[in-house]
Design a protein around this ligand. Structure first.
Ligand code: GAP
Length: 587
């Protein structure tokens, strides 16, 4: 990771936000190459999720929305991490981010100073294995001095620690990982960043910076249905900034406080509607054909389909099976409304961690917004109504009984009242018979910054190169997939002091740069220029030489040397053939 972080700074890929003022924890800026990388990733996602499909449309909603949205979605009440505070420094840490520590717990009942100052506050510090007792006592004295009333600290001399006791501890998660101070009990800490809208900063004007892009999609669902001529099953996708006041931002950009999400809400019919229309719901089994959606698919097939689609997307930008893993959430891990959720994980240098989550969320979100806004989120499906009309009364009664048994069983599992579940099931079925329902949803939700980090980690390679004098040099190569590489083509004149070569190279550069992000470079030996582009991850370079000018005969006139980053291969290509050769590789 350290090598990647240092390369990102050196080559202008990622910078610490506000660095000249010491930085701000959990915020990152993208430099010239990073901005291009992110833009390319955004483009590939947008194209795969909507432009290449007929059943997904896009949305671009505001970051600040009506606060009622976050009440309905559950974020105001439950979007919290359990957090623990250090008794010594008041620094917070996420409860599940404290690694077990072994050592000796030192406890003091208080401290006194030679000038009469006194503290009766008990203090506990962990002395880590091998740490000298003097340094722990010194730290304790410093903490006591820092905790004294303003102005007093400087005047306190020769702090005496009172009544020291020690106790061995093993694999304890009760001490702050940095300060060693004992941690208080865990309390929930809401992750939403608050602000005020309008001229007065009162509780009535509180608004939130969105913690996810998904809720805007639900809130605008009806408008999109009414304006886009889409019919369920169909999806709405969005790319945009999200904000979370993460307690412990860490692992570079992996867990940031400001980041970008790329989310799809794919709306589907409830399984019960599919059953009325098609007699049964397709069941998933290993090897099932997921290549083309079918009318009899229920949530399970759609969920599997999106896992396969997203996996194919990652393969298409160079993240294959060797760097990905999957975590299927267990029943205990799932949210109460979710049917299934799989995390697509990437093997980062700091561990195998989540890149994207794909959840089958039932109709929880639209139902919540329907309830809280009082506006119906139901759609009407004529085909469903026609299919239900073909059922006789006995078939309808049997159908209601079957659905009601299923809902009752699920209610019992979630410790919810059975009678309410049965009544809701009946109401739901009767609506279905009229062709009405609140759509269910499959949600593939990915982080753009995490994806950029994954792509960087997968691309990072070091190679030993021997120069003409036999000197071995270690070089860094970013093996980005050409589709996402920030710069696609380096354009070089062989020599910068030959005006004809420079003019021809500029001509090639000008003709291609509108279609490909090109970089023109005339300084240094050709080998150095290749090395610089390898380090930036540029997949192709062309060199304009005397052959290009026709000085070695007509056959090679208007040809260039095309050099491939990954195998160093070089070939002679006509300038006019460059677009045809390169465009398919980068699109
Ligand atoms: N709408 C569902 C949702 O927001 P999530 O698992 O909380 O689900 C989805 O977030 C994705 O957003 C994650 O898989 C991750 O890629 C990205 N993400 C979440 N929190 C992040 C953070 N603090 N920093 C960077 N990316 C984050």
């Amino acid at each position: 990771m350290e090598k990647i972080v240092s390369l990102c700074k050196r080559r202008g890929i990622i910078f610490q936000s506000s660095e000249i003022y010491g930085g701000i924890n959990g915020f990152w800026d993208y430099g010239p190459l990073g901005a291009e990388l992110k833009r390319n990733l955004r483009e590939t996602w947008w194209r795969a999720m909507t432009r290449d499909r007929e059943d997904v449309v896009g949305l671009d909603a505001t970051i600040i929305m009506h606060p009622a949205i976050w009440k309905a979605s559950g974020h105001v009440d439950t979007f919290a991490d359990l957090m623990r505070e250090c008794t010594v420094s008041n620094k917070r840490v996420r409860a599940d981010h404290v690694e077990p520590q072994t050592g000796t717990a030192f406890r003091w009942t208080g401290a006194t100073g030679s000038n009469g100052w006194k503290s009766e506050k008990p203090m506990s510090l962990l002395g880590k294995k091998g740490e000298h007792v003097d340094s722990i006592r010194k730290a304790a004295r410093q903490h006591y001095a820092a905790g004294a009333a303003p102005g007093a600290a400087g005047k306190i001399e020769e702090i005496q620690l009172l009544e020291e006791t020690t106790e061995p501890v093993e694999n304890s998660v009760d001490f702050h990982p940095e300060t060693g101070g004992a941690l208080r009990e865990a309390v929930p800490f809401n992750l939403m960043l608050r602000t005020f809208v309008g001229p007065t900063a009162t509780e009535d004007n509180v608004a939130y910076l969105r913690p996810e892009t998904a809720q805007a999609i639900f809130a605008q669902f009806k408008n999109v249905v009414d304006s886009s001529r889409q019919k369920v099953p169909f999806g709405i996708c969005q790319i945009g900034k999200a904000f979370r006041n993460e307690v412990t931002p860490r692992n570079y950009t992996f867990r940031s406080r400001e980041f970008e999400q790329m989310e799809l809400e794919f709306f589907i019919l409830p399984d019960e509607a599919v059953k009325i229309m098609h007699g049964s719901v397709a069941k998933w089994s290993e090897g099932a054909d997921l290549s083309k959606p079918q009318p009899n698919w229920g949530w399970e097939m759609w969920h599997r389909y999106w896992v396969a689609q997203r996996t194919a997307y990652y393969a298409g930008i160079g993240l294959g099976a060797d760097v990905l893993a999957y975590h299927w959430q267990t029943q205990e891990e799932l949210a109460h409304y979710a049917r299934a959720c799989v995390d697509i994980l990437f093997k980062f240098p700091f561990g195998t961690e989540e890149l994207e989550g794909i959840a089958a969320r039932g109709n929880f979100d639209l139902s919540q917004h329907q309830q809280h806004s009082g506006k119906t989120q139901e759609v009407f499906d004529e085909e469903l109504r026609a299919a239900a009309n073909k059922m006789d009364d006995a078939a309808k009664t049997a159908f209601i009984a079957e659905v009601s048994d299923e809902w009752a069983a699920r209610a019992l599992l979630n410790q919810k009242p059975e009678a309410e579940a049965r009544a809701a099931a009946k109401e739901f079925c009767e609506k279905l018979f009229k062709g009405q329902y609140v759509p269910h949803v499959i949600e593939p939700s990915a982080g753009l910054d995490r994806l950029a980090l994954a792509v960087l980690a997968a691309a990072y390679h070091e190679e030993d190169k021997t120069d003409v004098n036999g000197k071995v040099e270690r070089r860094t190569v970013l093996r980005f997939h050409p589709r996402v590489a920030p710069v696609k083509l380096g354009v070089f004149p062989l020599l910068k002091n030959k005006p004809d070569l420079v003019a021809k190279a500029r001509e090639v550069y000008e003709s291609l740069k509108r279609y490909l992000n090109c970089f023109y470079d005339e300084t240094g030996a050709i080998g150095r220029r290749y090395a610089r582009q390898d380090e930036a991850g540029t997949p192709f370079c062309v060199t304009i030489d005397f052959e290009t000018l026709g000085e070695k005969g007509d056959e090679l006139k208007d040809t260039v040397t095309l050099r491939y980053r990954d195998d160093g291969r070089q070939e002679r290509v006509k300038i006019s053939e460059l677009p045809g050769k390169l465009f398919p590789l980068v699109q």
